[in-house]
Every structure is written in C-alpha cells, then in structure tokens.
Design a protein around this ligand. Structure first.
Ligand SMILES: [Zn+2]
Length: 108
C-alpha cells in the first residue's frame, strides 16, 4: 500500500487543520496551516497561496550547520502537483512535479 501524499491533522490548540506533505526538493516535511485555504482532496489538493520556507543550510561534507543565507523553498501546490518557483535553492527549482507519498513514519 502506498502512503498518502498528504495527511490532515487538527491542531489541538485552536482546532484548525494542518496539512502535512513531503517536499522532494528539500527532502523534508512541510506543513500548510490555517493561513492557507485548501480545496480539492487530500489526493489532489490545491492551496490558495504559495509555500515559502527559508531554512538554514548545512554542509554534509563538513557537518557545519546553520550557515547563513539559508535554503529557500518556494512553491505552489495545485491539484496534487508541486510547482517550484525560480527562487528555490534546491535542485527542483523551476520544475513542476507530482506530489510524492509521505515516507514511512511520516504518514500518520
Ligand atoms: Zn521544500
């Protein structure tokens, strides 16, 4: 069985939905929260605004963390596809790809 591409969780604090999805550009979990409006289905979701994340860079060769000028991930999720914008610093910059199943351990 394939894991879903997105899961919905209700935030305990304010009972608003949070949508978890896996970003193949960052190889990391990203989350849409109440700041976005979701339409469509969990299999083919659309969110009304872009997702923008800036996180600190690390160098896998030296193990150095928190290098300034962090990585940027900027995308739209529309109808189950991820549209990466031109300011992403990962290898999927400028590409549109299908959403990917959440990895084991992240799908609950
Ligand atoms: Zn990302």
């Amino acid at each position: 069985m394939t894991n879903p591409v997105m899961t919905k969780h209700i935030d305990d604090a304010d009972e608003t939905p949070r949508y978890h999805w896996w970003c193949p550009g960052c190889d990391a979990l990203h989350v849409f929260d109440k700041r976005w409006m979701m339409t469509g289905t969990l299999e083919a979701p659309t969110f009304d605004g872009s997702y923008l994340s800036r996180h600190n860079r690390w160098n896998p060769e030296t193990g150095e963390h928190d290098i300034p000028l962090g990585n940027i991930c900027h995308s739209y999720v529309r109808v189950g596809r991820i549209e990466y914008l031109g300011d992403c610093t990962h290898e999927l910059v400028g590409q549109t790809v299908d959403m990917v199943p959440l990895p084991a351990g992240w799908a609950d």
